[in-house]
Write a protein of this length. Structure first.
Length: 354
């Protein structure tokens, strides 16, 4: 059962990374999508972004529970730096080198010191979010015995933090990481299976969740993107009368609800696909899942910044072409990840030793 469960997790991670790459390919499909931010109004993009990164974070939190159980506190602490911060530094340095080289060739100015420093926090924000969430959970687990009230209190405090240096994104990811972590730690899956022990109950739950997700998704607007509205509910900090923005609070709560409903729906749907024993499909998607963070890093740094913009059309979007671009990006980044893994030093520097 343990190997079976791990393969299922790899399959879900594979779906998550496909959604990540497909979403990015939508963003870079045409010049109006890139420069006028038309992708925020794209219905497929909205669907993907309502739950795809939360899905990733729930899985990573789930797996982090096993990491804490197997390794000592100092070992886990060290691994967070080597597996997350080291690749961020190496890849972003490579990005700055390529970007400044292109700027020099085209007669543009090179990145300023401030722009360079900011890029280290911005380019691979998801790795920063994993680091942020895992460090919090690691400390609460060690010194506060995974007290659920502490996790909730920390989340409430986070909602008041202004959105600087990408903190909005980390705050957004935090509950999904914690839920995934606690789900595994307290073996909630076993209790879930007992509660929904028949196929009828599972089908009914899946149908209800899907319908709820559809209703929630209909109301998803451009404002609901974390990149647009942020998360900080304390406004007017530069005035003498700061206040709590309850509309922002409602936006945050709506984002979390649609995220969790989307994640649950996707996981249940993938369990049907997985346990139907579609072997070839499961094998291919699981392989992508095992290399998901490598695919995320390489596609984000190289393809999103340097290759996809060159392939963009003038206007409009054709989803079948987006799908072909996605397949191409996945294949190339998968192969590059495997090549980096073959060399011990490259594996450590570029992939954190994964």
């Amino acid at each position: 059962m343990k190997n079976e469960r791990n393969i299922y997790i790899d399959v879900v991670k594979g779906i998550a990374i496909i959604l990540v790459v497909y979403g990015h390919c939508i963003e870079y499909y045409s010049k109006e999508y890139i420069y006028d931010n038309f992708f925020y109004s794209d219905i497929v993009h909205k669907i993907i972004y309502s739950f795809h990164m939360p899905l990733f974070m729930v899985i990573i939190g789930y797996l982090f529970s096993g990491t804490i159980e197997r390794y000592s506190f100092p070992c886990v602490l060290q691994s967070r730096f080597t597996k997350l911060l080291l690749p961020i530094f190496i890849w972003n340095s490579l990005f700055l080198l390529i970007q400044n080289f292109i700027n020099l060739l085209e007669g543009r100015r090179i990145c300023s010191l401030g722009e360079g420093i900011w890029s280290y926090f911005n380019a691979l924000w998801f790795l920063w979010a994993i680091f942020y969430c895992s460090m919090i959970v690691l400390c609460v687990s060690r010194w506060l015995h995974d007290n659920i009230y502490v996790y909730i209190a920390l989340w409430i405090v986070m909602l008041f933090i202004p959105g600087i240096y990408g903190i909005n994104l980390y705050v957004y990811m935090y509950p999904f990481f914690v839920v995934g972590y606690l789900w595994n730690k307290h073996h909630i899956m076993g209790k879930f299976k007992k509660l929904f022990s028949t196929k009828v109950s599972i089908y009914l739950l899946s149908t209800l969740l899907f319908l709820l997700y559809v209703v929630l998704c209909v109301h998803y607007t451009v404002h609901d993107y974390i990149y647009i509205s942020g998360s900080g509910i304390l406004k007017g900090l530069r005035t003498t009368h700061p206040y709590i923005d309850f509309f922002q609070l409602s936006t945050n709560l709506y984002r979390y609800v649609i995220g969790f409903v989307g994640v649950s729906t996707c996981c249940l749907f993938m369990s049907f696909v997985y346990f139907k024993n579609y072997k070839l499909f499961n094998v291919i998607i699981a392989k992508l899942g095992r290399k998901s963070l490598g695919i995320y890093i390489i596609s984000t740094i190289i393809f999103n910044n340097f290759i996809l913009p060159l392939l963009s059309s003038d206007t409009g979007i054709i989803y079948s072409i987006v799908a072909l671009e996605t397949i191409g990006v996945l294949l190339i980044t998968y192969m590059l990840t495997i090549l980096l893994e073959k060399h011990r030093t490259f594996k450590m520097l570029f992939l954190g030793g994964r």
